[in-house]
Design a protein around this ligand. Structure first.
Ligand code: 13P
Ligand code: SF4
Length: 300
């Protein structure tokens, strides 16, 4: 039996559904039941009927699925796949900011640990951050952990006062304005598509800034035939299969998230077979982390 047949048989036996982020390896995206950006995946996790979710992504994604769906088994193909940025905020700093600004809303990017979420008022993803921030009654916004997404949203919500945190995604930060300019020189007709985790200098060069789903949607609708992609290159799988006649270029050679790439077909099969890599969480922590996530689903 091929590994694909084994996965499909195990999926039936375990009553499991496979969710995958656009940044995982192509062959894993190909076997997933649902592929999407962080917001889509967190919404889908609340509607699937299967008893088990195999989450092909990094730990904050599996954690969020578990927080929102405590009765489901959430299984990770690789428990070590973790987003470094998810840890880049400090509880003490949150306490300080809350003391300083009585009216502050702690807005937490979903790329964060469950513990950080418990100290936050609302979660956001890159596709709904602006909408949610604008809808909050609070004047002061402490945006954690990603500084770049925070600054991108702040520029579009000048009516709010932002306090920033110094977290970052090393993959998006590694995309430099110089490498984007060089790629544009080689392909002058290409449109530049940028994820808001990139630096402000790179975002300023963009024809479009948005989440992975936003980038995919934009490229599909645009009349341009060539694009420079400034995000993790896993998105090329969907971009190329949706647009076989369009051309996509990377802005450099560092756009690869090593944690997302830990997920392989072999590990998906093992996860289904053994069912041991489950996300577990204290109920008290889950309830507290659930509040900002539920608020995101309501507002987003
Ligand atoms: P989106 O899925 O919101 O585009 O975020 C990208 C990301 O970095 C996920 O790790
Ligand atoms: Fe984290 Fe960046 Fe990897 Fe996304 S691409 S999981 S933000 S390190």
């Amino acid at each position: 039996m091929s590994i694909l047949d084994e996965i499909s048989q195990l999926k039936k036996e375990r009553n499991a559904v496979i969710l995958a982020h656009y940044y995982v390896n192509d062959e894993v995206q190909a076997i997933a039941d649902y592929v999407g950006d962080s917001f889509y995946l967190s919404k889908i996790a609340t509607t699937v009927e299967a008893e088990t979710i195999i989450f092909c992504g990094v730990s904050f994604m599996g954690e969020s699925a578990k927080i929102l769906n405590p009765k489901k088994k959430v299984v990770m193909p690789d428990m070590t796949a973790d987003c470094p940025m998810a840890h880049m905020a400090d509880i003490e700093k949150i306490r300080q900011v809350r003391k300083e600004y009585q009216d502050v809303a702690v807005v937490c990017y979903i790329n964060s640990t469950a513990k950080l979420k418990t100290y936050s008022d609302v979660c956001v993803t890159s596709s709904n951050a602006l909408k949610i921030v604008k809808s909050l009654p609070n004047q002061h916004i402490f945006f954690i952990p990603d500084e770049h997404l925070g600054r991108y949203v702040a520029a579009k919500a000048p009516e709010k006062h932002f306090i920033f945190n110094d977290g970052f995604c090393h993959v998006h930060k590694s995309i430099t304005p110089e490498s984007v300019a060089k790629t544009k020189e080689a392909h002058p007709g290409a449109e530049i598509l940028v994820h808001p985790e990139c630096t402000g200098e790179v975002a300023a060069m963009a024809d479009y800034v948005g989440s992975t789903s936003g980038i995919i949607e934009y490229a599909g609708k645009s009349s341009a035939e060539e694009f420079i992609v400034c995000t993790e290159l896993g998105v090329l799988y969907e971009l190329k299969s949706n647009n076989p006649n369009k051309k996509f270029y990377s802005a450099g050679d560092s756009q690869c998230c090593p944690d997302m790439k830990l997920i392989t077909l072999e590990k998906v099969k093992d996860a289904l077979e053994k069912m041991t890599n489950t996300i577990e969480m204290e109920e008290d922590m889950r309830i507290r982390a659930n509040k900002p996530l539920e608020r995101m689903l309501e507002l987003g």
